[in-house]
Design a protein around this ligand. Sequence first.
Ligand code: AMP
Ligand code: MG
Length: 519
Amino acid sequence: MSVFKESTLNNTFTNSLPADKVEGPERRQVFEACFSYVNPTSPKKASVVHVSQEMLSQLKLTNVDNELLEIISGASSIENSKPYAMCYGGHQFGNWAGQLGDGRAINLGEVENENGRFSLQLKGAGQTPYSRGADGLAVLRSSIREYLCSEAMFHLGVATTRALSIVLSGDEVMRDVLYNGNPALEKGAIVCRVSESFIRFGNFEIFAARRDKVTLQKLVDYTITNYYNHLGKPSKDVYLKFFQEVVDRTKEMILNWQRVGFVHGVMNTDNMSILGQTIDYGPYGWLEDYDPNWTPNTTDAQNRRYRYGNQPSIGLWNLTQLANALYSLIEEVEPLQDILRSYKNSFEGDYLKMMLNKIGLQSLEENDQSLIEDLQQLMESSEIDMTMFFRHLSNFDEKVNFLATIKMCSYKNENDFLDFEGQWTLWLSKYAERLASNFLSSKERKLNMDAINPKYVLRNYIAQLVIDDADKGDYTLLKEIFELLKNPYDEQPHMEKWFAKRPDWAKDRVGCSMLSCSS
Ligand code: AMP
Ligand code: MG
């Protein structure tokens, strides 16, 4: 472990849980095991695209030397650690999909130091038993999207897996971006993801579906002992407490998604972390005009199951699948249902409070709910840019004409916006009236609002501009945006150009508003 010499190797997952008896990438169904040992595929010629200095220092590393480059590109493994892929199942778009597993993720091992516990995982490092006929690889485009967004989410204060590095493999990968019969070669890339654990709801579901209670219990006990240790020693009562905490964390995560306008795009249960972290950045997107029906994922364009406005109820649906999986260890329906009800019952109130804070109000008054609902309706109908609107709103002053600012945030043309001026004027007057009874000074209100309404998010078109340059080998913009998104709530005057509406050219461009799972 010479690279990680300042950390301890602590491979709890593979040391505590049953392994597949077969090793290697051969495609197969894996039973009574939580993972399969499999080595990453050696890259043709690895080169660094970007490394997070922050994650380097979390891991007590200083720079990327040859040894580290070999590890984060899959050329060699961490000394004394055997790479593996996890076995999990999942409900995809509402249907049980059976065994899925880490099809293109390979875990390198877990290290621990005074900064915490870190599981390192390569995404795009080759086939595993779970690749199901796919290549196990990832392309630069999707890897940049994962790398940038996971770090951006962290700095926005949203629970998420993180990323240490992105490297080019030197190999070429064939992809049909829109599944429309136009495959093309793209640059292969590998992201090294980092989290305390990559266990998903689907890791539990697979054993429940196979009625393998023994392995299910091993995994639940492992998860509690290692990640929910504060709840006590595993028992029926602790299983319920564990489920309650997963419910609470998942709710908190989704509330944060709604707050910053993040649409995950593929909320399948295999993409739900047991730690309540945002995981698997695929065809995600950021809300531009405030349309609750929007989803960036073309694969879901018909039903829009994972649209922005549906994320809270999908969270509950997914938690219900987890409850079903845990049921065999608890054998009582009522307490599980009570916990699920707690999500439903508290979400509305928590959401209202979050929206209230977004507009700078602290405690709920009688007409606040309709004030917020009217605002949301108006933002939707007059196509208001979410990020710009909430950020500007902290400067609201009834003595200044705010309508001009709102017009600037709208994607409607000047003529069409005229239809909404009356409604906006009315809303603004109600808002001004309500602010009069707000106990915060306007300075305090602005401080509070600017701390929760980001100025800079990874707008869909910004990610695409970064990708376009990176594809040509120019990583300047990638560095710039990476730095920008480290301080999303700060004014960064020299970066003001990124505080702007989506440009017209980006409206219907692939990658900017439409994405597929093909990555
Ligand atoms: P996703 O929709 O990206 O969460 O993927 C769903 C499942 O498909 C997971 O089990 C992935 O590991 C697997 N998968 C996705 N893309 C690939 C790929 N290129 N090669 C192998 N497996 C993949
Ligand atoms: Mg996934």
